[in-house]
Design a protein around this ligand. Sequence first.
Ligand SMILES: NC(=O)c1ccc[n+]([C@@H]2O[C@H](COP(=O)([O-])OP(=O)(O)OC[C@H]3O[C@@H](n4cnc5c(N)ncnc54)[C@H](O)[C@@H]3O)[C@@H](O)[C@H]2O)c1
Length: 255
Amino acid sequence: MSATAYPDLSGQRVFITGAARGLGRSVAEKLARCGATVAVTDVDAGGSDEVARGICAAGGAALAYAVDVAVREQFMQAAARFAEACGRIDAVVNNAMLLRYEPVEKITPETLDRMTAIGINGSVWGAQALLAHYDAERGGAIVNMASPVAEKGFPNTAAYSLVKGAIVTLTKVLAAELGPRNVRVNAIAPGSVPTPGAVGLNDAAEYARRARSIPLRRLGREEDNAEACAFLLSSAASFINGEILHVDGGIAAAG
Ligand SMILES: NC(=O)c1ccc[n+]([C@@H]2O[C@H](COP(=O)([O-])OP(=O)(O)OC[C@H]3O[C@@H](n4cnc5c(N)ncnc54)[C@H](O)[C@@H]3O)[C@@H](O)[C@H]2O)c1
């Protein structure tokens, strides 16, 4: 990586979950371009290895860890290894999620348990991992991945939306609870981004319809969210805490 990209995140050590593809991958690559050392973690071990290798080949600093965020021991062990390798953790990006939509009567106990374990429990373990390894003098930051579905009733998304609603609540609670300990907690609510995980949820006609209805008249891009995440982790956001930053072209505002 030749020139450090904006904003300057040099010296930051950032642990990112679900970073083998989609938004998490884009976040990892962007933060590394901005000078951060990133932990590229995912339940897909091969995928996170590949992303970390790509970042290092481009001159960035990345380490890969196989982590199922639903399993607290895996999360905490990987965080401890990353902190040992780099000295501390400055930020955690709780991005991992299982994207699945289905009518409420089709939701099985296994699906509900798995989705809540990844999205809700995993975000709590992320906060614990940050607290175990951050430097209170320097401060810490958490970015959670919310969604516009947390605020509006989208049919057939009950399991997914309740997880995202909980993540919005968790973000606000932890902003209040951890602010006094010099930790900022914010969330991004991405609009419709055709990532590998999302394309299975909507067909091409649905994406075309959405692109026409989004006020900015296009779908979201992975980079839009990576830019927002880099901003939230930067010194430019040092007084931003408890914010749900919509990166959705105006979907939430338009209702
Ligand atoms: N794509 C969108 O339109 C959109 C909109 C709103 C919110 N989001 C949120 O953005 C985040 C990323 O979504 P995406 O679209 O990139 O999805 P994606 O499916 O393309 O990527 C998700 C990644 O998370 C990983 N993952 C899944 N379960 C895991 C687990 N238990 N432990 C660790 N990693 C796990 C997957 O292996 C995958 O690499 C999610 O939180 C999603 O809810 C996405």
